[in-house]
Design a protein around this ligand. Structure first.
Ligand SMILES: Cc1ncc(C[n+]2csc(CCOP(=O)(O)OP(=O)(O)O)c2C)c(N)n1
Ligand SMILES: [Mg+2]
Length: 351
């Protein structure tokens, strides 16, 4: 089993069962009030919800190597990555429920979770996390810090300009950044074969002169070992790595997706080998038996139930709060009382 220790296996299992159960609970909460006609604006979690059941190994295996100082950016399917990065579960849940005590005061929702305490961000715009991760890596390098950045994206985003430009800059400047493609074969209803050449995202690495690693199944231990090398390389100042991990989207693209486009066999093929069971087998081999695993699961479930109960008790934001934090503060030295000459007078209307 290579370099992974039993403690690390246990901790990955904890992250993965937490994420899986968290999303099961979110699903129940999300559906409240939405049926029979599927009213997406109804219920305690209005709007879209993208669940990541089946993706957990890609999050746990990489984030196991990171500290709070390292930066992670995630896409529109972020919960498993946020959990593995250590985002505060209560404040994240309050954000998803649109509550005042959420990470962004309830204004971001599930696709826009920001936690500066552990340097985590995500975005609903695909591949959007790549440039900020490169920026974080550049900042770390300029400040002589040993932190690294990780940008997650889906295989549907591997032809996005933002991703390709990020690969270029990362390689050009030998930046401490790791790109992780979560390859679940689908971009909404589009199979990957109809979107990009090549289909394996890790092959993009060759064009940018960096190592590209493909992990062919959602095996947390295999991801852990590949990430050990990639993160180590970045921390040692040897530049970026691109990883592509085969995962499985167990759910629809979003809650409410009828999935009429998806062959039944596609689901079955993957359901037979779930990543959490795979990791459970590795734990068993390392001497962590079912009783101990059951305790890990019970603790994880209790933490999730607690976070959800807490979040649901939190106040809704005041309507007036919608007008706050819309614009950032002016740069230092610029104030309303002291406008710069070119903006004085008619407000610049003649320019
Ligand atoms: C720039 C941009 N284009 C289109 C969309 C709409 N969109 C949301 S998710 C998605 C597919 C993403 O597929 P993939 O990257 O494989 O991630 P997955 O949903 O499979 O996790 C698209 C096209 C978007 N959010 N951003
Ligand atoms: Mg995909």
């Amino acid at each position: 089993m290579g370099t992974v220790t039993t403690t690390q296996l246990r901790s990955m299992y904890e992250d993965m069962v937490t994420a899986r159960y968290y999303e099961e609970r979110l699903q129940e909460e999300y559906m409240e009030g939405k049926t029979p006609g599927f009213d997406i604006s109804a219920g305690p979690i209005p709007g879209e919800l993208h669940l990541a059941a089946g993706h957990e190994a890609a999050a746990a295996g990489v984030c196991a190597h990171l500290t709070d100082e390292d930066t992670v950016t995630a896409p529109h399917r972020p919960h498993h990555i946020a959990i593995a990065k250590g985002v505060d579960l209560k404040r994240m849940t309050a954000e998803i429920f649109g509550r005042e005590t959420g990470l962004s005061a309830g204004k971001g929702g599930h696709m826009h979770l920001f936690d500066p305490d552990v340097n985590f961000a995500c975005s609903g715009i695909i591949a959007q996390g790549c440039p900020p991760a490169v920026g974080a890596a550049l900042a770390a390098m300029k400040r002589n810090e040993s932190s690294v950045a990780v940008a997650y994206l889906g295989e549907g985003a591997i032809s996005q300009g933002a991703f390709l430009e990020s690969l270029n800059l990362a390689s050009l400047h030998d930046l401490p950044v790791i790109f992780v493609v979560e390859d679940n074969d689908w971009a909404i209803s589009m199979p990957k074969g109809r979107i990009s050449v090549p289909q394996d995202g890790s092959k993009r690495a060759a064009g940018f002169d960096m190592p590209g690693v493909r992990i062919d199944h959602d095996d947390a231990t295999a991801v852990y070992e590949a990430a050990a090398e990639a993160v180590g390389r970045a921390r040692d100042g040897n530049g970026p790595t691109l990883m592509s991990v085969q995962v499985h989207r167990r759910m629809g693209h979003f809650m409410g997706d009828p999935e009429t486009y998806r062959p039944e066999a596609d689901q079955q093929r993957h359901q037979e080998r779930d990543s959490i069971e795979r990791l459970a087998a590795d734990l068993e081999a390392a001497g962590v038996d079912e009783d101990e695993r059951e305790t890990i699961r019970e603790d994880a479930h209790a933490r999730v139930d607690d976070a959800i109960e807490w979040a649901k008790d939190q106040p809704e934001p005041e309507p007036g709060a919608a007008l706050e934090d819309v614009f950032s503060n002016p740069p230092s030295g610029v104030t309303d009382e002291d406008p710069t000459p070119e903006f004085a007078g008619n407000g610049g209307a003649d320019r």
